[in-house]
Write a protein that binds this ligand. Sequence first.
Ligand code: COA
Length: 178
Amino acid sequence: MTSLNYPGPLDDGVVGVRPWRDTDLACVEQASRDPDIPRGTTVPAQYTPEAGLAYIARQHARLTSGQGLSMAVVDHRTDEAVGHINLMLRPQPGVAGIGYWLVPAVRRRGIGSRAIALMTGWGIGQFARIEAWVEPHNVASQRVLELNGYLLEGRLRSFLTFGDRRADVLVYSRIATA
Ligand SMILES: CC(C)(COP(=O)(O)OP(=O)(O)OC[C@H]1O[C@@H](n2cnc3c(N)ncnc32)[C@H](O)[C@@H]1OP(=O)(O)O)[C@@H](O)C(=O)NCCC(=O)NCCS
């Protein structure tokens, strides 16, 4: 990948992926109330409009600092933000990590699978490999990856930290040549 930029419109007629906007604060507020999202992301655990706007600014800074792309998942019909999806550059050339969350109210409607399909479809033309790190108990996340052709490669023991807890992760990947 020579230069990092937001993709053009990603939309399958039901779900879209677009850059975050300052008007997406309601989505950040709902995410901050989820018991898990603030633990593994920079979504503020204590929501205020200022903290929400800072979160959105951080997502744009991922692009300007060359760390990766961090975008909103939206309802195609209303353009309302309902979640987040990112592709972050790993240290290895041509490798990106995918991450995602949805606000609890819209889960189990196929939106996560669709968003991952859109981001992967675009990203696999830009990167040789897209990988995901998932905690073993996170069945929903494993399922959406499997539905999108990601293969389980193995388990990294004591790989991530969440506060003072260390966690194993399962590694999934899609590669451009398969
Ligand atoms: C992971 C996540 C994005 C999945 O998105 P989603 O829109 O709810 O998932 P989908 O509706 O597309 O479901 C896809 C499949 O997973 C299954 N699934 C979804 N949630 C599930 C759950 N909690 N338990 C078991 N299976 C689940 C669905 O049944 C579906 O399978 P099917 O097609 O065989 O019926 C969402 O659960 C989420 O935001 N979780 C919290 C944040 C998180 O864990 N992020 C990933 C960190 S690695």
